[in-house]
Design a protein around this ligand. Structure first.
Ligand code: ADP
Ligand code: GLC
Length: 493
């Protein structure tokens, strides 16, 4: 009975598209709640009331209260384009500031991130226990990444608490702070242990989720395995091996309405599997936009993403001069590490008409690039899931990816023995040499028109929408409920 009955789910996240986005977490938080709602569940999304969110949406005040001496107002709105209710935790002192949710204007973490997200977590925990008298108590709280790691900590001893799922979107970001902040946040001293919140002398928010949630998952099956090993564990692989039985992987879905070349209003020419020849119009438009020499025959490569170590930008920089000896063009859109931004910009100046770099964040341009490019590069050092390769597949823009995480789970190499389902190109290793070799195979394949069409056909006919994965989350919520109930029966609450 329990399996099919509708659940009340409180989905806690630090970003959600289209309200606020820095990366894939926002895409997931903006689309999974809707998919769960479509399955009949009652989902409420809770977000910090950042300045950009507060100024962009129509909202209704629910109540104001004090949280550890800070004035907080709770607002209600709706996730644009959906029926999902959103609660905004508005604390002016912490969230009413311009710019990035996590970083200041210098690109450094906000000095008070620990206090900001601790407050957010404590309010989420009170919502989870319906302590504000809203008349709604969730069956499950679904937490995402370190910013929500203290929610399970706050709820762990609450009688009648909801089941707790903690999703790791990226283990590289752990929310590490000083011992002094642990004291300032007035966390229970008993939590200062290596098997609780302490991590090599620091306070770790992510451990709150990993240790105290009933179930933990990551965003692809391969990444769930990888993080239990030293090279991918960021120091947490021991703990993750220990909790192995409670850890699993569910592949992200994509918002198939937002990322659909057949109905995308942000691209020059819409197309689908049957009208694939029209894709070229987007290519020429992109070439014009970036002052690249126009022409459909020249392969156009692209990369979109956060310019950080994870994304393997250094590997690309290492092979670019060699790659550019071949007739090809490359468009890069991203922002992040200042040094990488500078290196890319300098390189672009050396190859006018062939290499274009746009530093910044531009959602519309991301769509135009997906539609206009032939090949999408994703040489990530690690990739929990990755959404851009999925968008690329949907747009018939064949991905070149490293053999890790969600990339390995979604891209099938053109040279595999069972090449019938091939949809892209997978590097043999995470290295500059492998990137060069695999990009070269992709380029030679590009000139074999028939094979290219076959691969595009495979890529575009795959279904990466949320349906299956949302069902898998439903199952995981049930397991989390069972684990919580088992814990209670064992007297371990
Ligand atoms: P991650 O979450 O690690 O950044 P994903 O591939 O899961 O990587 O998701 C990245 C998301 O952010 C995609 O929707 C991508 O299009 C978007 N994105 C990243 N950088 C930019 C940018 N500079 N401009 C527009 N969109 C971007
Ligand atoms: C993270 C990961 C990315 C994943 C996204 C959404 O930011 O880096 O691989 O797709 O979260 O889960």
């Amino acid at each position: 009975m329990k399996e099919s009955s509708p659940l009340k789910i409180l989905f806690a996240s630090s970003e959600a598209f289209p309200l606020i986005k820095t990366g894939g977490l926002a895409d997931v938080s903006g689309s999974l709640p809707r998919a769960l709602q479509n399955l009949g569940h009652d989902v409420r999304l809770v977000l910090p009331g950042y300045q950009v969110v507060m100024s962009a949406c129509k909202r209704r005040r629910l109540l104001s209260f004090e949280q550890e001496g800070h004035e907080v107002t709770l607002w209600q709105t709706t996730l644009p384009g959906s029926r999902v209710t959103v609660w905004l935790v508005d604390c002016a002192e912490f969230f009413d500031r311009p710019g990035n949710p996590y970083l200041d204007a210098q690109g450094e973490p906000w000095h008070d991130n620990a206090q900001r997200f601790a407050l957010f977590c404590r309010v989420v925990a009170r919502l989870a226990m319906d302590q504000f008298g809203l008349g709604w108590q969730p069956d499950v709280v679904h937490c995402n990444d370190w910013q929500t790691g203290l929610v399970p900590v706050a709820l762990r001893h609450e009688p009648g608490r909801p089941a707790l799922l903690f999703t790791v979107h990226n283990l590289a970001y752990q929310g590490l702070f000083s011992r002094q902040l642990f004291t300032e946040l007035r966390l229970d001293e008993a939590l200062w242990r290596f098997d609780r919140l302490e991590f090599h002398g620091q306070l770790s928010f992510i451990k709150g989720g990993l240790v105290f949630a009933d179930r933990i998952n990551t965003v692809s099956p391969t990444y769930a395995q990888e993080i239990q090993t030293e090279p991918f564990g960021h120091g947490l692989d021991g703990l993750l091996r220990h909790i192995g039985g409670r850890l699993s992987g569910i592949l992200n879905g994509i918002d198939a309405r937002e990322w659909n070349p057949g109905s995308d209003k942000q691209i020059a020419q819409r197309y689908n599997l049957r009208t694939l020849n029209k894709k070229g119009v987007n290519k020429v438009a992109l070439q014009r936009e970036f002052r690249l020499t126009p022409g459909e025959e020249t392969p156009l490569l692209a990369l979109i993403g956060r310019l950080v170590e994870q994304k393997g930008i250094d590997l690309l920089l290492a092979v670019l001069p060699e790659l550019l000896q071949q007739p090809l063009q490359l468009v890069i859109l991203g922002s992040g590490n200042r040094l990488l931004e500078q290196q890319l910009t300098e390189l672009a100046a050396r190859y006018p008409g062939r290499l274009a770099v746009a530093i910044g964040y531009d959602e519309g341009l991301a769509h135009r690039i997906e539609a206009g490019a032939d090949i999408f590069l994703m040489p990530s050092r690690f990739e929990p899931c990755g959404l851009n390769q999925l968008y690329s597949l949907r747009y018939g823009t064949l991905p070149v990816v490293s053999p890790v995480g969600g990339l390995a789970d979604t891209v099938v190499d053109a040279d595999t023995p069972h090449g019938g389902s091939a949809n892209g190109f997978v590097m043999a290793a995470v290295s500059a040499e492998a990137l060069l070799a695999t990009t070269r195979s992709a380029l030679s394949c590009f000139h074999d028109k028939q094979r290219w069409r076959e691969l595009q056909h495979n890529a575009m006919s795959e279904d990466f929408s949320w349906g299956k994965s949302a069902q898998a989350y439903r199952e995981l919520y049930r397991l989390a409920q069972d684990d919580r109930d088992g814990e209670r029966a064992n007297g371990r609450v």
